[in-house]
Design a protein around this ligand. Sequence first.
Ligand code: SAM
Length: 366
Amino acid sequence: MIRNPDSDLLQESISLSVPKKQGEKAIQLLAKLRLLNRKLTPQALDDQLHVPLSRAPKPQEQELLESVLGQQSLLREEFRLRSETVGSLGKVLAQQLPSSIIPLVSNSFDVIGDIAIIELSPKAEPFEKDIAEALMKVHKNVKSVYSKAGPVTDNRRLRPLHHVLGVNRTQTIHKELGCRLKIDIAKAFFSPRLSGEHGRVAEQVRPGECVVDMFAGVGPFSILIAKRLNDVRIHAIDANPEAAKLIEENARMNKVQDRIKVWSGDARVVVKNNLEGIATRVIMNHPSQAREFLEPASEALARDGGMIHYYTFAEGADSESKARKELAGAMANSVWKLEKIMATRKVRGVAPMKWQIGLDAKIGPA
Ligand SMILES: C[S@@+](CC[C@H](N)C(=O)[O-])C[C@H]1O[C@@H](n2cnc3c(N)ncnc32)[C@H](O)[C@@H]1O
């Protein structure tokens, strides 16, 4: 059994963003110019296709791209490694482990900064040191390997971890979409699998907005939004004081502390006492409990309403429709009105046939 179907590794790359309808033409031209990064997978975000590049285009190449493709922009962001590239771990493991073990491990790890976190089935556990060694051989930047040693225990969304190999240090610096994030895997939640979602939400924010990030973790949404826009106000809340401390540090490290106010405490209380009626947008990335916070999230919005990014877990073939029904049901008795669900997407797989679902919802006064 492969436990985490979406855990391909991510790698940062310079990229070109073009309207989706230009996608095929862009890929052909980039390949001709030897600018296409074939190790990484292009990704679709809203109506744009983001194509990873092997290097920055020279000025004359840039001119050619503009004349053929029209409107486009150069970005720096993370892409999934193509499966052939990820497969190199499988090849190294194949030399060291019984072949029956390979399918159990080849897809079940995350890399955060220079730390790898593996999740092993009981059958693969006796081989954890060999697996960790192989991982460090393939991914030269990995200095420590930990394994997940139990389920998520409390509201901080942390799991117990067990040190397997390398330096026994849980702090690291992780790069995501051009931001440097200090992470402590033992003290505050972070998942590199949410990188696409952080980018997708940040891209929607416009200058002049006020954003409330209700369950901010170490601040990946907040920091990215603040890095993209000077003219923005962000309130980043987390009930875990260690997470709040890390947001403060991350804001300073990314030089955006002037536009992020960090609140350590229960989002319900922080909003009620300080943040009612101010936001154009509220981010609710706490899928297991977001539903219980819809009232304070709506109250944080300005009086004429705004956008809520709502997250939940849902299973089965109709998971997205279940998530939409959950949000509509929860808003039915509210003094606020669910005006329109603008977008629904599967953010990441969390178990076989179970996903974190993200909804962008326009909320207005009833
Ligand atoms: C799934 S994590 C999301 C982290 C972050 N948004 C990200 O994308 O990495 C949920 C976060 O909500 C925080 N949390 C849980 N209950 C909370 C509450 N009542 N008020 C504020 N934060 C809370 C947890 O400490 C955790 O950091």
